[in-house]
Design a protein around this ligand. Sequence first.
Ligand code: PAF
Length: 280
Amino acid sequence: MKTINTSIELEKAITLERKQGKTIGFVPTMGALHKGHYALLQKAREACDCVVCSIFVNPTQFNNSDDLKKYPRKIEKDIAFIDSLCDIIFLPSVEEMYPFPPTDTYDFGDLDKVMEGAFRPGHFNGVAMVVRRFFDMVKPDRAYFGKKDYQQAAIIKKLVGLKNYPIHIELVDTVRESDGLAFSSRNSLLSIEKRKEAPFIYQTLSQAEAFINNKQPQEIKQWVINRFKSNPHFELEYVEVVDAENLHILERIDPSRKGVICLAAWLDNVRLIDNIEFNN
Ligand code: PAF
């Protein structure tokens, strides 16, 4: 496993791999790695000859400076954790990724007008900025993203279409702790006491999903809102029942189309997101 800090070194290393006819798999991350990231890397390892993982806490996707400051950083631990699955770990500085103040903007149509896009203005533009730079440097054949960030995955697919990148985007199922909590870098920010409350999120989503055949989206949404209101540990930011493809908010459930219930909630000043698919 090689650790690289500059884009010039990275491009040299990638060119060398390409000359040997190797396929490149790419997993972008912001570090504080967990089993969810591990699953992405395992998928990349299975399908590609050379696996590249980036670790970069991207400032342009944070719409809140406190959130950026407190985002967990565990670089040594991260490297040891993924060592066996990775060929190249890319650890750029902010200056390396953004040598000039970034000004690129993207039109994602309706995709970024709801949920995360509505509550975190500029977030997806920042994600697209950094992912585009990574794609241009790594030029992967395949790139891997987790379904926990469902809307992000839709945005990345759209970006690939807009820029005509010949990259196959693979979405990987959310990995959960034994009590149902989705693995997330932010989980480490929860106190021991509040961590015990966290499975409430997935329990709520699972129960909501069980109503899909006999309740309408608005009723399901209201049920989730009421359930969160009755739990003093949480503050629900949003819950939406949306089409899995275009993320349009659903008025009716169409059994022939895949959908997803997405939510964001605050626990212990930590913002957690999760979702559950239906009509899979
Ligand atoms: O999902 C993440 O960790 C980040 O949004 C990503 C895709 C690495 C871009 O910074």
